[in-house]
Design a protein around this ligand. Structure first.
Ligand code: GUN
Length: 312
């Protein structure tokens, strides 16, 4: 039986509708959550992501502003910008889009963001809150992974969860969230011995590696839930063929555009898994939805006691 497709676009749209309702409730009390996005330079992928974030703010009613320092910006200039945003009362969330140019000390800049406004959840204070199960701001993509599981009624407690990838942005916080939800968690990486064998233990397999179609069917226990966090642009025709042989629809769009978006999970896994997130349309849309959620959460925490429906 082919896997159930977990529809991230639908789940993200549900969350955005809930956030929009929260924003309307706050508006009645004359409060408008505000997000500042800092985009340094002209990284094309970052420009697309930031456009999506600003558009989502407009749709849910969050005030947003974009700051676009040149790609020659120094660490000091960015520290000043962040400090200014920290001070402004109408700004509840600050997001510094990564990657920053090489001359910038990214860790220093991220550390300068007020933890109460750190809607990416990257500040060590929020990392510490997450690992000690205190309320705080949780990184958007891992939070989205948990939302997909919960809203699809996939049990987490007591399950074997395997996370492939140990990045600070996705792998580590995803592992921590699964652990906090009482899964038995294994984190794998490039030095893991017998990666397919370890992955086959998983009831919930989270792939956050950044390599197109690396997770093939031999990594997956039959009926497991597979969450694909990968976003890889494939341009090589041989690689396309390895992934999508026989898929006429994909071939047509690959021919037209010269590239296609692929996750870390090979499409053949859908023949083995019990449930799987597609790429595109799986985890991706959740990242922005959870950013909207975090901005409202930050506003609620900063501005006082908001008894709103989706309060966490
Ligand atoms: N670059 C890629 N993913 C992210 C993210 O989740 N947040 C930020 N700030 N930058 C990113």
């Amino acid at each position: 039986m082919p896997a159930i497709i977990l529809d991230g676009t639908r789940i993200a749209s549900d969350i955005r509708a809930e956030v929009a309702a929260d924003v309307r409730a706050m508006a009645a009390a004359r409060v408008r959550p505000g997000l500042a996005v800092v985009l340094v330079g002209h990284n094309p992928a970052s420009e697309i992501y930031v456009r999506g974030k600003v558009k989502a703010c407009q749709e849910v009613g969050i005030y947003s502003e974009q700051h676009s320092p040149a790609d020659t910006a120094t660490t000091d200039e960015l520290l000043h910008l962040v400090e200014d945003l920290n001070r402004r009362d109408e700004i509840d969330g600050i997001l510094v889009q990564l990657p920053l140019p090489p001359q910038v000390d990214s860790k220093r800049v991220l550390m300068a963001v007020d933890p109460a406004k750190d809607v990416d959840g990257f500040h060590p204070v929020n990392v510490g809150f997450l690992s000690t199960q205190r309320p705080g701001l949780i990184p958007c993509t891992p939070a989205g992974v948990i939302e997909i599981l919960k809203r699809s009624n996939i049990p987490i407690a007591g399950q074997e969860a395997v996370v492939v990838g140990r990045s600070d942005i996705v792998g580590k916080p995803a592992a921590m969230l699964l652990l906090n939800a009482n899964a038995t968690v294994t984190v794998c990486h490039s030095k893991t011995h017998d990666l397919p064998g370890v992955c086959r233990r998983a009831d919930i397999l989270v792939a956050a590696i950044g390599r197109a179609g690396m997770i093939t069917r031999d990594f997956v226990k039959p009926a497991a839930t597979v969450i694909d966090v990968g976003m890889n642009q494939v341009t090589d025709p041989a690689e396309f063929k390895r992934l999508f042989a026989g898929n006429a629809k994909r071939a047509e769009s690959f021919q037209a555009k010269g590239s296609t978006l692929v996750g870390d999970v090979h499409p053949e896994v859908a023949e083995v898994a019990g449930a799987i997130t597609p790429v595109p349309g799986g985890v991706g849309p959740l990242t922005i939805a959870m950013l909207m959620f975090n901005t409202v959460k930050a506003a609620r925490m900063l501005r006082g006691k908001w008894s709103v429906a989706s309060g966490q």
